[in-house]
Design a protein around this ligand. Structure first.
Ligand code: FAD
Length: 408
């Protein structure tokens, strides 16, 4: 039997940080992971460049980037984005701040982030057990028994940092939810987040590959608005994606089984109905003999125009001066609020994070210790907290890992 002060299940960013900061306080620490390397998922982040945090000020707006952001107030107070930045730079990894205050390694290689973490883990003499899967956790009178497919560990404290269910080939298959459930925890149903959305309307396939830069999208469940995003938007073979959709996807995943969700696309969010009408009238006046599909080249990407006009019921070969007032009204309405219908979110294997997980009411946010079982801690994506794109998820993982490590 292997004996440790602290055993950490999962060597993702949250588990590694828990291990680093627990060992820094003199604890004998083991981290177990079923993969053959640490931080397998982290290597894929930010398209291989790793957007490891976001340097925006950690105020209410920052917290609003997360589901259950308030849970993180104390966590970020203990370990902020600045602390994370310093941690990496002090350990020899040069970082750069990019657009939207997103932070990347200067080398733009996620591998360098992992190398730095591995270096500190080795320096702190944290024992890593790879290719080893935890099967069960048992509570003993004086600690825990951790049963793996290779051996049994005994420890005083245990951290569950097994991630969510997204990209399961990286090892996060939802095991932590099973362990937590066994101890009586409430698990908020895990659903895919930061993922694309499949759309019911077939014509969407014709728009595959078209990207729109400044689009506003509002999601409605019946009459109820469930989310709104502004930004880049992409049509795909299955429906829609891009940052604006990724950031709406968690809310859509939580709600799509409760009724029909419509996404209302505003192609021209900088203009209101009146201004857009004036602009269209002016263009018609200046280009009286132009056919409509050519006139629209100033308003929409070429690939969208034919289908857009067809759906609006306006003949694409019509000349500008033949458009009726009624047709102009429909075109304006569709430019400002074009509806499409949600079929379903992409599955877990195609979603970057998991929404849902161990209920925050059952975790002490000052320590990450369970309120149900003494000595049991949680860190990272296994908790029911998830963020938008831009480095928010990794910051949450590093910070909750730090807090768990400092308190085990
Ligand atoms: C393609 C992609 C791109 C992303 N890009 C970004 C980005 O740029 N910025 C950002 O902030 N976030 C990004 N994310 C999200 C971020 O990677 C995750 O939120 C983060 O990795 C979660 O960290 P974690 O430590 O909680 O869990 P994970 O990184 O999932 O690690 C959990 C570990 O636990 C291990 N494990 C699970 N069960 C067991 C068991 N029973 N026994 C042993 N080991 C076990 C797994 O093998 C795994 O290694 C991205 C995600 C993906 C998929």
């Amino acid at each position: 039997m292997e004996e440790y002060d602290v055993v950490i299940i999962g060597a993702g960013p949250s588990g590694c940080f828990a291990g680093i900061f627990s060992s820094e306080r003199g604890k004998k620490v083991a981290i177990i992971d079923k993969n053959s390397q640490i931080c397998k998922k982290l290597l894929l982040t930010g398209k291989g460049k790793c957007n490891l945090t976001n340097m925006n000020e950690m105020n209410d707006e920052y917290l609003s980037k997360y589901k259950n952001g308030k849970f993180l107030i104390n966590v970020f107070h203990q370990f902020s984005n600045k602390d994370l930045f310093e941690f990496f730079e002090n350990n020899g990894l040069k970082l750069k701040i990019d657009t939207g205050k997103r932070v990347f390694p200067e080398s733009e290689k996620a591998e360098d982030v992992v190398k730095t973490i591995r270096k500190v883990i080795n320096r702190n003499k944290v024992k890593i057990f790879l290719k080893e899967k935890v099967i069960d956790i048992e509570k003993l009178k004086d600690g825990f028994k951790i049963i793996t497919d290779k051996r049994i560990f005994k420890c005083a404290k245990v951290v569950i940092s097994t991630g969510g269910k997204s990209f399961p080939e990286t090892g996060s298959e939802g095991d932590g939810f099973v362990f937590a459930k066994k101890f009586g925890y409430k698990i908020i149903e895990p659903v895919p987040a930061l993922c694309g959305i499949e759309i019911k309307e077939n014509f969407i396939k014709n728009w595959q590959g078209i990207t729109l830069r400044n689009v506003k999208v509002i999601a409605y469940l019946g009459d109820k608005k469930i989310g709104e995003e502004f930004g880049e938007f992409l049509f795909t073979h299955y429906g829609v994606s891009g940052p604006a959709i990724l950031n709406l996807s968690g809310d859509i995943s939580e709600n799509y089984k409760n009724g029909e969700i419509k996404l209302i696309i505003n192609f021209k969010p900088a203009l209101n109905e009146k201004i857009l009408d004036k602009r269209l009238q002016r263009e018609i006046k200046e280009n009286q003999n132009k056919i409509l599909k050519n006139l629209f080249k100033n308003l929409l990407p070429s690939g969208l125009i034919n289908q857009f006009l067809k759906i609006s019921g306006v003949e694409e070969e019509k000349r500008a001066n033949q458009i009726t007032k009624q047709e102009r009204k429909i075109l304006i309405k569709n430019l400002l609020s074009f509806p499409i219908t949600v079929k379903k979110p992409r599955p877990f294997y195609d979603s970057m994070v998991t929404r849902g997980g161990v209920c925050i009411d059952e975790i002490n946010p000052k320590t990450m210790e369970s309120k149900i079982v003494n000595g049991l801690y949680f860190a990272g994506e296994v908790i029911d907290v998830d963020g938008k794109t831009g480095g928010y998820n990794l910051q949450m993982c590093f910070s909750t890992g730090y807090v768990a490590g400092m308190n085990t």
